[in-house]
Design a binder for this molecule. Structure first.
Ligand SMILES: [Zn+2]
Ligand SMILES: [Zn+2]
Length: 277
């Protein structure tokens, strides 16, 4: 990645704080200068940041619980739809759930790229910083394991699925609720899988299966996503499969959202704002 591109995508991060030599010292790694240079050129920082012990516990436990809860929720909702003889509605819930997943991940990504800083309480470290560091070191995501990739999404998905199961128990005869829960389950799966799809889009030499899925646009296509990492750095925010990116670009959805939020005094914290985008 070029220096200019890095500066553009640096947004509000402190350059001093991210100087490679300092990163090296803080991580106490013994990579030589040449190796580090090669790593940086390939988009890696050479540093592996770790979650706090409590956050790590949440990531591990929610990732463990998620598949069981998801299976229970999908089973109950499908059984309900079958019992009410509207199982066909699953064919509608699946694409709508995938589209919603693409939209939600795009919205969260745009928000983290555009507003606040890495020093903002609560969301600064956990949400804003990872997205902005990703612009500087786009391949760091390829060094993350399953827990780091999917743990955070599971922390959000587990309470949502728990509420779904509770509502299904409260309203056993509602077909509309069963449809919405099926849709939400698909949304939960796509959201949890999104970081893996994003990781694949940055991977050097992905497997044939992954390349096939990318070609079919069932998961985020690498060259499609690359447009987000190029000037003017304000397009293609959706990172599940990017289905919605052409539409959202065409209707200038995120620029309109930024205009709308200005009415409430919210100004983009990024360098993009100063360039008049
Ligand atoms: Zn971004
Ligand atoms: Zn990316």
């Amino acid at each position: 990645m070029s220096a200019t591109l890095r500066e553009e995508s640096l947004l509000t991060l402190d350059v001093e704080e991210l100087a490679p030599a300092q990163l090296l010292r803080s991580a106490e790694i013994s990579t030589t200068e040449n190796e580090l240079k090669t790593l940086l050129e390939r988009g890696y920082s050479g540093v592996h940041e770790k979650s706090s012990p409590f956050h790590s516990f949440l990531e591990h436990s929610m990732l463990f619980i998620f598949p069981f809860l998801l299976t229970a929720t999908v089973y109950v909702s499908l059984a309900r739809l079958y019992h009410l003889e509207v199982l066909w509605s699953v064919l509608l819930a699946i694409p709508l759930g995938i589209l919603a997943g693409d939209f939600v991940t795009g919205l969260v990504h745009w928000f983290a790229d555009t507003y606040f800083t890495e020093n903002t309480p609560i969301i600064g470290r956990s949400l804003v910083k990872p997205f902005r560091l990703h612009h500087i070191y786009p391949r760091d995501i390829c060094t993350h394991n399953l827990v780091e990739i999917a743990g955070n999404s599971c922390i959000l998905a587990v309470p949502v699925l728990s509420i779904c199961l509770y509502l299904m128990w409260l309203l056993p005869e509602s077909g509309w609720l069963a449809f919405k829960v099926t849709w939400l389950s698909v949304l939960a799966i796509t959201t949890v899988a999104t970081n893996q799809f994003h990781k694949w889009a940055h991977q050097e030499g992905p497997s044939r299966l992954v390349r096939w899925l990318q070609r079919l646009r069932l998961v985020l296509n690498a060259s499609h996503h690359q447009k987000h990492h190029m000037a003017p750095f304000n397009l293609h925010y959706c990172i599940t499969n990017g289905w919605l990116n052409p539409l959202l670009n065409r209707i200038k959805f995120f620029r309109r959202m930024e205009k709308f939020l200005r009415l409430f005094g919210m100004k983009p914290a990024s360098a993009r704002d100063n360039q008049g985008h």
